[in-house]
Ligand binder design. Sequence first.
Ligand code: C2E
Ligand code: CA
Ligand code: CA
Ligand code: CA
Length: 276
Amino acid sequence: AKERGGNTFCLYSLTEEAGAVRSMKLENGLRTSIENEQLHLVYQPIIHLQTKRVVGLEALLRWEHAELGSISPAEFIPVAEKNGMIIPIGKWVLETACRQLKEWHSELPDLCIAVNVSTRQIYEENFADTVKKTLDDSGVAASKLTLEITESLMQNHNFSNRIFKRFKEIGVNLSIDDFGTGYSSLSVLSSLQIDRLKIDQSFIQQMLEHEKTGSIVKTIIDMGNNLDLELIAEGIETQEQEEALRECGCQYGQGYHISKPFPPEEMFRFLSVRSK
Ligand code: C2E
Ligand code: CA
Ligand code: CA
Ligand code: CA
């Protein structure tokens, strides 16, 4: 930056400094985010596309920083993965989601929940035990919980097979998130332990604009159906996308066109109206 000189230099280094200050605030802020009660979950419905019934909710993490305001998980999850805070935060997410689901079960006993899990969490020695204990403590049946994981985990076959076996013993469902964006898309499908694929939203949003993307979506759906996997299309933003997916044989869908993610009270109202 030195040779830039003049105003350019000033601007450049100021921006850089601001960036470094922000990273440090995020990094430090995360360490106290749980005890300062700055984390909360919002919930987005997943519907059965034929009947439009809500079959489950995905829990999505939100962080309200005292000074910086609300921060996107896309920004802070990578920081938490780096500084290790993803472990206690991930545990908090799992516990909070299960506790919330238990509460909803008194009115909506069939409701399921999906929780995002970082690869870093799964690599923790006792992660499966944490899942089991959280289910036992909350009184939620394992069959009502889905763990959403990414394809990157599947690159280590020996490890993933072992840990997935444990998850199957416990009885939780496994879903591959952002399917189609990773390296190992096809080999993932041969794992017996996977229950669901979530087709990445970038495909869904382009499926009607780009013919080739549309073909990819159809191919994933056909493949999933042939392999007896449940398919969830994420990021549905229009009625046309929803209809096209239904016609292609995709069972489940999620996206702003159906509902944005909402805090628990609003979500409960949404669910009560929908289930009447
Ligand atoms: P994801 O798991 O792929 O979650 C879907 C993201 O797409 C969410 O963003 C959701 O709000 C957004 N979304 C839903 N429907 C639509 C739509 O129709 N259009 C568009 N454009 N977006 C839609 P969000 O909540 O900002 O989360 C971003 C990512 O952060 C998630 O992507 C997930 O990878 C990660 N994340 C969120 N919560 C957690 C968590 O508790 N633990 C971990 N490890 N990661 C999390
Ligand atoms: Ca997800
Ligand atoms: Ca996703
Ligand atoms: Ca199955």
